[in-house]
Design a protein around this ligand. Structure first.
Ligand code: GTP
Ligand code: MG
Length: 151
């Protein structure tokens, strides 16, 4: 099993897309193991996007990510990181195919409504950046055998 950090950014919250985005992940079969709303400080937004610090859009990105409350989540399941990014769609919603969250619900790269970890290391770093260990619930779900086979 694998875990990924998924966030609904301030524009997704403002636009009333929380339920729609959560439904994509639930319907896919992933298991929600942590969830909270919080308003990121500038400092937390900077550490979250630290690997992009040299990009020209970094200042605007930090301002965007800390412009209002976000919904922070941890989703668990087979290939959750890679498949989670497939559900989100391409970074630039203009290039994201219909059927993906960004492809269906957004049009601008600077307002692309959601975030997903891009690899195992960033997933561990991001989950620890936003959640205390006791905020992540490790629980069994009886339907999991109907979602993933052993092979
Ligand atoms: P995240 O899931 O948010 O990390 O997006 P990503 O992994 O698909 O893309 P990346 O990590 O490269 O960029 C992080 C975020 O920076 C994007 O989701 C956008 O919100 C923003 N961003 C990326 N490229 C641009 C750009 O060229 N212009 C602007 N304004 N924002 C950008
Ligand atoms: Mg990224």
């Amino acid at each position: 099993k694998e875990r990924t950090f998924i966030a609904i950014k301030p524009d997704g919250v403002q636009r009333g897309l929380i339920a729609a985005i959560i439904a994509r992940f639930e319907n896919k079969g992933f298991k929600l193991v942590a969830l909270k709303m919080l308003w990121p400080t500038k400092e937390k937004a900077e550490s979250h996007y630290a690997d992009l610090a040299t990009k020209p859009f970094f200042k605007g990105l930090v301002a965007y990510f800390s412009s209002g409350p976000i919904v922070a989540m941890v989703w668990e399941g087979k290939d959750a990181i890679k498949t989670g990014r497939v559900l989100l769609g391409a970074t630039n919603p203009a290039a994201a195919v219909p059927g993906t969250i960004r492809g269906d619900l957004a049009i601008s790269v600077g307002r692309n409504i959601c975030h997903g970890s891009d690899g195992p290391e960033s997933a561990v770093h991001e989950i620890a950046n936003w959640f205390a260990p006791e905020e992540v619930s490790d629980y069994p779900r009886s339907l999991d055998e109907w979602i993933v086979s052993d092979n």
